[in-house]
Design a protein around this ligand. Structure first.
Ligand code: SF4
Length: 149
């Protein structure tokens, strides 16, 4: 069994003042998108940055430094999918990083907070097949979503 996974997190620049509390809690508890690591002993954060404002100039360069620090997976923070509107470039960003840097990209970090879930459900934001796939790692159940409000 692998003992440690090194990860980088890129957040949506709209939340650039965010202190990362929900992401770090979810990492520690292996909740939301971090549940894929339930069999890994330790998760180590080796990079944390923003996309660099729309249309995401930092996406082009930031993975390189994360990978130099050992990043094996890059996560797009949950803000990418819960913002109003969600990031319109998310699919392109994921494909670009995976193609150029040959590193896995996971969409999401902490569970979607329930208050965002309610509003996006009403708006129909995630009704398409594509968006259902994007939110799948962070959807979880209502109890956990509520704990991340
Ligand atoms: S919407 Fe997308 S490109 Fe714009 S700031 Fe957020 S993550 Fe970056």
């Amino acid at each position: 069994m692998k003992q440690i996974i090194k990860i980088g997190i890129i957040i949506c620049d709209r939340y650039k003042a965010c202190t990362g509390g929900k992401c770090f809690r979810a990492m520690k508890n292996k909740e939301g998108a971090f549940s894929i690591y339930k069999d890994i002993n330790n998760l180590e954060l080796v990079g944390y940055t923003t996309c660099g404002e729309c249309p995401g100039g930092n996406i082009e360069y930031s993975p390189e430094e994360m990978i130099k620090n050992g990043a094996e997976v890059i996560h797009f923070a949950t803000g990418f999918v819960v913002g109003y509107p969600p990031c319109p470039y998310i699919d392109h960003f994921k494909k670009f990083i995976e193609e150029k840097y040959k590193v896995k990209v996971v969409i999401g970090t902490h569970p979607i907070p329930q208050k965002y879930y309610i509003t996006h459900k009403a708006l129909g934001t995630w009704d398409s097949k594509e968006w259902k796939e994007f939110i799948e790692p962070t959807l979880v159940d209502e109890q956990i979503r509520s704990a991340y409000d």
